[in-house]
Design a protein around this ligand. Structure first.
Ligand code: HEM
Length: 284
């Protein structure tokens, strides 16, 4: 009985010592655990299954100078940042290692170069200034971010344009997200429009001018049940028109006058073309 009491006491004493040591060396312990789990995930090839949101409690904040040191030298890992998020790309060493094609991206946030392909003229002041990019490029860049999130290990945030010293989103970051959402909405709207009003076939000849006509695969090449009828489609802020194939059900409305069809899009009949003609001719 006394023996059992002694071993329980010893065990408790051991726990107290371990707890004290863990408290004093908590940073080292954390780093050790992190390194251990990272290498485990690497071996298991499973890091891509960990959503970033799960790691937010343990993500690091990097200054630009700190990030620069993760350059693969002296056994250090290879990190890069994209849109202010830091990723460990060590296992892509064949792309990112010294002398490899994409080593330029290591140790910095050069988000703009993912779109421009400019790896030579590096100006750190604007290398991550993405608000100047076109809407489609913002979508492309978001695709790169998804790629790193899926294929590499998320490490934390870079203090700078996208995150402040506390790791909170900056006003710039909010602006970027708003522009990205706008770009995605516009893309979705354009896709919906293309589905609703597929493009026409088009040809030009000296004798007849421009001929437009619809078939049940014109536009996107996908087969649909009916060919539709050619109409002029004007997009927002654009005085030029494209030819769109409009379904039978919408013809009367369009023929009756101008019609706002989808958002700010306008559909009009071609001049000198019968309401149910399958082809129309015009000269500009
Ligand atoms: C804007 C220009 C470009 C950027 C930003 C870019 C970026 C990248 C990056 C970051 C990777 C590594 C992906 C990974 O971690 O797995 C990569 C891979 C690759 N890139 Fe590019 N790239 C560009 C243009 C090109 C061009 C023009 C070509 C071809 C002529 C090309 C061919 C490749 C190939 C073949 C790989 C895969 C290599 C492999 O898996 O072994 N890239 N690219």
């Amino acid at each position: 009985m006394f023996g059992l009491f002694k071993s329980v006491f010893k065990l408790q004493f051991l726990f107290v010592i371990v707890a004290i040591l863990a408290g004093v060396y908590h940073t080292e312990v954390k780093q050790f655990l992190r390194r251990y789990t990272d290498s485990y995930l690497d071996q298991a090839g499973g890091s891509d299954e960990i959503p970033v949101a799960f790691q937010t409690g343990d993500e690091a904040l990097f200054t630009a100078a700190e990030l620069e040191t993760f350059n693969g030298e002296e056994g250090r890992p290879l990190y890069l940042a994209l849109l202010g998020s830091v990723f460990d790309v060590s296992r892509g060493i064949k792309h990112y290692g010294a002398g490899c094609s994409y080593n330029f991206f290591v140790g910095r946030d050069a988000s703009v170069s993912f779109i421009s392909g400019e790896f030579e003229n590096y100006d750190p002041k604007v290398a991550d200034d993405v608000l100047t990019l076109k809407p489609d490029d913002l979508i492309g860049l978001a695709g790169w971010r998804d790629f790193y999130q899926k294929d590499y290990i998320y490490k934390g945030k870079l203090i700078g344009r996208f995150y402040n010293e506390k790791g909170d989103l900056t006003a710039y970051h909010h602006k970027y997200l708003a522009l990205l959402e706008q770009a995605q909405d516009a893309k979705k709207e354009a896709e919906e429009l293309r589905n609703r009003y597929p493009g026409c076939n088009i040809e030009w000849s000296e004798a007849k001018g421009t001929r437009v006509w619809c078939t049940n695969t014109s536009g996107d090449g996908k087969t649909r049940s009916s060919s539709g009828y050619p109409r002029k489609l004007y997009s927002r802020g654009n005085k030029n028109f494209q030819c769109a194939c409009v379904p039978e059900s919408e013809l009367d409305e369009i023929n009756a006058g101008e019609k706002a069809a989808h958002g700010d899009v306008m559909l009009k009949p071609y001049d000198n073309c019968q309401p149910r003609a399958l082809e129309c001719f015009y000269r500009v």
